[in-house]
Design a protein around this ligand. Structure first.
Ligand SMILES: [Mg+2]
Length: 166
């Protein structure tokens, strides 16, 4: 299996339903923050995402925020979301993924890594033996290095037969 290949490709975290998780034997999720749950850099609440997360937690799904954002930004969102997590995770380095799994007390095969980037979220999740779920980025980031990364991601995804519709 290619380490860059996501197991599932979805438009939005809302597509991750209790049925979706049950069908895959997943009992927990590690969640990327920027452009997965919240538009890049935003501090504004997304009521729909908060409701989605609360509903999964009510059903006993364990959630953990795994972000490469600054510790301060991650702490703000951890507090707001009401579940545990860290910033400065150093994705795709598997170390923070393993620590998150330890904290959830779940084996890698029962946890999904949900994120919008192949080279951090999907690569790290696959290296750790998790079920990787790629979601379409919420906002298009105009930073030059991000544009290049996005181009590479699209090229890899197309090879796997996936393409974001324009
Ligand atoms: Mg992201």
């Amino acid at each position: 299996m290619s380490l860059l290949r996501p197991r599932d490709v979805l438009d939005h975290v809302h597509d991750i339903t209790p049925e979706f998780l049950a069908a895959r034997g997943l009992r927990g999720l590690l969640l990327d923050l920027d452009n997965t749950l919240i538009p890049y850099g935003s501090y504004e609440d997304r009521a729909d995402v908060m409701r989605w997360a609360a509903e999964l937690r009510r059903l006993g799904i364990r959630l953990y925020l795994l972000s490469n954002a600054t510790g301060r930004r991650a702490r703000f969102w951890v507090e707001k979301l009401g579940f545990e997590g860290v910033g400065m995770a150093g994705k795709p380095n598997p170390r923070a993924f393993r620590r998150a799994l330890d904290s959830l007390g779940l084996p890698a095969r029962q946890v999904g890594m949900v994120g919008d980037q192949l080279f951090t979220d999907v690569l790290g999740g696959n290296l750790t033996g998790m079920h990787t779920i790629l979601v379409r980025p919420l906002a298009v980031n105009a930073l030059p290095h991000t544009r290049m990364t996005r181009k590479l991601e699209r090229a890899v995804l197309r090879r796997y037969g996936h393409d974001w519709k324009a």
